[in-house]
Design a protein around this ligand. Structure first.
Ligand SMILES: [Zn+2]
Length: 221
């Protein structure tokens, strides 16, 4: 069962649909994670307007703006980092991103990345949030695994149409082969996943492990 906007509650995670203002490119999602005595934002939308949407969503979660302590950027693209400037001007929090995307994020936003990761790190929140390096869409793309709620936030490493998951398309990837290899590695990890949340397209709420495993399945008989 899938839905981009049904807003089926997820324990500890709020999906925040933002708008990509450029052209008619639709929705990019940010995610608010209720961490240990702090709120963690994953991606910032594309614009100042998305920063406003995110700030409203923090309140909707029953949290205070001051509770936002960390923003994790899955990757450097503008539709995921575009809200950072306004959020940084308004709120006090630190930023985490992969070392390979960090320079572009700094250049685009003017803000430092205080926590530079390589993949393999863990945050203590929510019983553990694991940072997985999933290069290909960009060199420094990261995905987040929250095992206690059987959830993966896959950013743009995986896109989704209905319940059909696909590797980030070639024309959107800086290294399409690496993008495929990253998803094969994710599958090989054999993670017990119910949910797979993506930047673009429908989130998978149930049976995500099986959906993920079908990405490289052969043709139908
Ligand atoms: Zn992207």
């Amino acid at each position: 069962m899938v839905s981009i906007l049904k807003d089926i509650p997820i324990d500890g995670v709020k999906i925040v649909p933002c708008r990509i203002a450029v052209g008619n490119r639709g929705v990019v999602k940010s995610f608010l994670v209720a961490g240990d005595h702090r709120v963690i934002l994953v991606d910032t939308g594309a614009s100042d307007a998305d920063a406003d949407i995110i700030m409203d969503a923090i309140k909707d979660m029953g949290q205070q703006h001051a509770d936002l302590k960390l923003c994790i950027l899955t990757h450097r693209h503008g539709d995921h980092t575009g809200g950072l400037k306004k959020l940084k001007k308004t709120l006090k929090f630190e930023v985490m991103a992969h070392e390979l995307d960090m320079p572009a994020i700094h250049q685009a936003t003017g803000y430092d990345v205080e926590h530079v990761v390589k993949g393999g790190e863990s945050l203590p929140d929510c019983g553990g949030i694991h940072v997985i390096h999933t290069p290909g869409h960009t060199a420094g793309h990261i995905s987040l695994h929250l095992p206690s709620i059987k959830t993966m936030i896959a950013g743009d490493a995986i896109v989704s149409a209905g319940e059909h998951l696909m590797v980030s398309p070639t024309y959107l990837s800086s290294d399409p082969e690496a993008a495929h290899a990253s998803v094969r590695r994710l599958i090989a990890l054999n993670l017990d996943l119910d949910r797979l949340l993506v930047g673009h397209g429908d989130d998978v709420y149930f049976g995500a492990k099986e959906n993920l495993g079908r990405i490289f399945a052969g043709p139908r008989p």
